[in-house]
Design a protein around this ligand. Structure first.
Ligand SMILES: [Zn+2]
Length: 283
């Protein structure tokens, strides 16, 4: 039986993506964007490596989701065995539903405040932290918790080394590939948004071709393991009700942090889709 795989993608966790302003944003958004097209190629070729690995292990249907704000997948370079989704209008968890056999990540970065990370953030550099029922989560955790609620196992992820640790802590058994390692050793919690954007720009990268070979082989191994021993992929277990707490950095030095709380009686997907109404934290 062929497997149906959901691949979430992002740019900041790709080998050879050296910074945010030149590699992850186009000039039209007000960034220098010198290497944005090359950045999209680097991401798309890593995604293709994962597609190749999954197909070798029996994937029949693959949906690639472009989760990067400015867009990160080059549609002409994408492996033709996959289909591509762009656009976030459906909210969490995008097009993921119970019909998928597994969910995977390529190019994922670590959550805000991670040490040893590269370009770490959650949604935007303004997040200090986000948690569900007291468990701090980043972009990986947001989708992984949705997937768990739907009963879809998280089997594979590639990105920087701090992302890999974050994924394994939340979803024991997930197979990961670290394609780079951030050199920043401090979380930077005291920083405002602009300063935090410049906080973890340093990293040691694998050569992109070496990274792709590892992604291909480990993605194949992950799907083979799902076939042979599905119980080796655990799911995070949280009990209702679900409370989302988000703390935001100040935009400018000297301003207070802001906090938002949202509560849903029965659904993690429900609470992740609730609107934000942040208010300042009194000192
Ligand atoms: Zn991201």
């Amino acid at each position: 039986m062929g497997f149906k795989i959901f691949i979430m993608t992002d740019m900041e966790g790709v080998a050879g993506i050296l910074d945010h302003d030149n590699w992850c944003q186009p000039p039209e958004r007000g960034y220098p964007g010198r290497y944005y097209d090359l950045g999209r190629e680097l991401l798309t070729r890593e995604v293709n490596a994962a597609i190749e690995g999954f197909c070798r292990a029996g994937a029949e249907e693959i949906l690639v989701v472009d989760g990067h704000g400015a867009g990160g997948i080059h549609p002409l370079l994408l492996d033709r065995r996959a289909q591509l989704l762009r656009g976030w209008s459906a909210g969490w968890p995008s097009a993921l539903d119970k019909s998928f056999d597994a969910v995977a990540w390529v190019g994922q970065h670590a959550k805000a405040g991670s040490v040893g990370a590269h370009l770490a953030h959650t949604q935007w550099f303004g997040y200090l932290d986000q948690s569900i029922n007291g468990i701090s989560i980043g972009e990986f955790g947001e989708l992984a918790l949705c997937a768990a609620e739907l009963g879809v196992p998280a089997i594979f992820g590639s990105g920087d080394e701090a992302f890999c640790k974050e994924a394994q802590a939340l979803v024991p058994g997930i197979i990961t590939v670290a394609v780079k390692k951030g050199t920043q050793t401090k979380p930077g919690d005291e920083l405002d948004t602009k300063a935090y954007m410049r906080h973890n720009l340093g990293a040691i990268h694998l050569h992109p071709e070496v990274a792709r070979a590892a992604i291909r082989d480990r993605a194949e191994a992950a799907l083979a393991r799902l076939r042979e021993s599905p119980e080796s992929f655990q799911m995070p277990k949280l009990a209702p009700p679900y409370e989302r707490v988000t703390v935001f950095r100040p935009n400018e030095p000297g301003q207070p942090r802001q906090i938002d709380r949202a509560l849903h009686p029965s659904s993690i997907i429900g609470v992740l889709n609730m609107p934000f109404h942040p208010h300042p934290i009194e000192k």
